[in-house]
Design a protein around this ligand. Structure first.
Ligand code: GDP
Ligand code: MG
Length: 306
């Protein structure tokens, strides 16, 4: 084994919309985490693996932490702090173009309690801020660290969109990892079950373009996924049966659209992404069902995998 090999887990954190998913995509180089211009699209802990000549970074994208209002919110927060205590490095994102606010402070206070875990700060979206603003933000992040007794190993300005300094960031992150054998020697890009990713693709497509009409209260469950039996191995077809759960009848109509037009679009968009992921053609059957107030019902939450 090369003595300099490093391998470990890093968690990218920050309030919704700061660019966590986009950063993970830039680091991993393949679309695995879901981005959206709407906050909190990522509900599941999605991992991407960055393979480098001298080691491996396993990235974890946690859902946005927020003050819990629903049972789902509480469960997500517990999931997040459990995850944080198990990683080697927490990377907290602050956008360059917005001042540090209560949402950022809330999360910074939470991570300051993880005393055994190394921490780094990233100032994101530097492509949309001028030099002076970026400088001020770097200083503000440093001061926040002093105030909360967070020892930032580095504070790195980056743009995930233009991939400015993202390679430097992954080098600095890898330096923080423990020495040792690669944790994922085969170097798979993700160890997230395919079905979770597929559900995320469908969710992303279902939320696309219905800006203020559809809240985040939708969930996708993959009920069945199997290769079509009468196909040869050179001509495979994957059958996927999915259900989109919404909370109310009215939301069902939004997802389905006039004469089924929106649902058809959702199917087409997500089928393309899924075929790409699996490398096989896909037959996708999506139904829409109402699961009333699922965010508040423990039985429903369990069934939906939270
Ligand atoms: P998350 O909620 O923290 O995961 O944030 P996302 O990765 O979903 O990004 C939120 C929004 O910010 C999306 O519209 C992204 O396109 C945008 N965004 C993310 N990174 C950058 C960046 O480096 N530059 C710019 N200009 N926009 C970005
Ligand atoms: Mg995200």
């Amino acid at each position: 084994m090369n003595a300099l090999t490093r391998s470990g887990f890093a968690c990218i954190v920050g309030r919704p919309n700061v660019g966590k998913s986009t950063l993970i995509n830039a680091l991993v180089g393949r679309k695995i985490a879901i981005t959206s211009d709407r906050p909190q699209t990522t509900r599941h802990t999605i991992r991407g693996i960055v393979n480098k000549p001298d080691g491996q970074l396993i990235l974890i994208d946690t859902p946005g932490v927020h003050r819990p209002r629903t049972l789902l919110g509480e469960r997500l927060n517990t999931l997040v702090s459990d995850t944080w205590s198990e990683v080697d490095l927490i990377v907290m994102c602050f956008p360059a173009n917005e001042p540090i606010g209560p949402g950022d402070r809330f999360i910074a206070e939470q991570i300051s309690q993880q005393q055994k875990v190394k921490k780094m700060a990233v100032v994101t979206k530097v492509d949309v801020a001028d030099k002076e603003t970026i400088g001020k933000q770097l200083l503000a992040v440093s001061e926040l660290g002093n105030e909360l007794q967070i020892n930032w190993e580095h504070i790195v300005p980056i743009s995930a969109l233009t991939e400015n300094q993202t390679a430097l960031l992954s080098d600095l992150m890898l330096e923080q990892m423990p020495e040792g054998d690669l944790l994922y020697p085969d170097g798979e890009l993700t160890d997230e079950p395919e079905q979770v990713l597929i559900a995320e693709f469908i969710r992303e497509a279902a939320l696309e373009g219905v800006h203020d009409e559809l809240p985040h209260s939708i969930a996708v469950v993959i009920e069945e996924m199997k290769l079509r039996e009468d196909r040869s191995s050179t001509n495979p077809l994957m059958d996927i049966y999915a259900v989109i759960y919404v909370e109310r009848e009215s939301q069902k109509h939004i997802v389905i659209g006039k004469g089924g037009s929106r649902l058809k679009e959702v199917g087409t968009t997500s089928r393309l992404a899924i075929s790409k992921l699996l490398g096989t053609p896909v037959f996708l059957d999506i139904r829409v069902k109402v699961a009333k107030d699922w965010q508040r019902d423990p039985k429903q939450l369990n069934r939906l995998g939270f």
